[in-house]
Ligand binder design. Structure first.
Ligand code: CIR
Length: 264
């Protein structure tokens, strides 16, 4: 099962309202120009990694809509339209439905009361980890487990650490058998059976990286993680995300990625 080989991505350009996005630190206010520049560098990196990219228009009514990962799960076999858990983000799903319909014949949808953010979902070849969190509830996980089962995937329900917004704020798949995780999450033992690389001291935020084909997209403020990944023989592409990080977000949040079946 291919989990980091992608041919296609959906992204959404940030609107000027992005400066009003949800965040935990009231002092950390991003600039629109800064987020836009970081988003453009990210889209360029996805294109350089070989993906064709569907760029959706900015939505001023939804400050966090640039974080399109939270609205859907996408696979070669189909897609699942999620229901983001933050009240201000719930209707973002209605703005993504049309794009999913353009790309997928088969789209499942979470129902009323079934909440899940894509940031809480980590794909590996054997299973899908789903972290219960402030955004992803039990009903959401149960519905996802059913739909993912139909798409041939097994689910392991875990707990998103209380210190982070999303499960994938603290972990990412680096290769078929290797997960990069912040030390506290690695220590829980949930990744037993995988090779786990812990982020170096002071670099927990680096775990929100994205493996895309042969490259690893990594937040440029984490040099020791970059060194650790380069030692794995992978090509590291450093990207600026300091403005995006002020919104409790990182690299994985800004795209939906999948491999088109005819390119498998
Ligand atoms: C939010 O609080 O929903 C946004 N400010 C950040 C979303 C980040 N998304 C992600 O980690 N998948």
């Amino acid at each position: 099962m291919r989990v980091f080989e992608f041919s296609t991505a959906i992204v959404r350009e940030p609107g000027r309202s992005v400066v009003k996005g949800l965040k935990s630190d009231p002092q950390a206010v991003p600039t629109y120009e800064g987020v836009l520049a970081e988003h453009r560098a990210y889209v360029d990196a996805l294109a350089a990694a070989g993906l064709s990219i569907d760029i959706l228009k900015p939505l001023e009514g939804f400050p966090d809509s640039v974080f399109v990962e939270d609205t859907a799960l996408t696979f070669s076999e189909g897609a699942i339209l999620l229901r983001p858990g933050a009240p201000s983000r719930q209707a973002e799903r209605d703005e993504v439905r049309g794009a999913l319909a353009r790309h997928f014949a088969n789209v499942f949808e979470l129902g009323v009361g079934e909440y899940a953010d894509g940031g809480d979902v980590l794909m590996t070849p054997e299973k899908v980890f789903i972290g219960l969190s402030r955004r992803t509830n039990r009903l959401g996980v149960e519905a996802l487990t059913r739909y993912l089962g139909t798409l041939g995937r097994k689910v392991l329900v875990v707990q998103t650490p209380a210190t982070v917004l999303h499960f994938k704020s603290a972990c990412a798949l680096l290769s078929e058998d290797t997960i990069v995780a912040a030390k506290a999450l690695a220590a829980t033992g949930i990744f037993d059976g995988y090779r786990v690389l812990e982020t170096p001291e002071g670099e927990d935020g680096a775990a929100n990286l994205v493996r895309v084909n042969t490259q690893v997209l990594l937040d440029g403020s984490y040099p020791r993680t970059a060194e650790m990944i380069a030692k794995e023989g992978l090509e590291v592409k450093l990207l600026p995300v300091t403005e995006v990080a002020k919104l409790d977000a990182g690299l994985s949040c800004m795209s939906l990625r999948w491999a088109k079946p005819d390119e498998d």
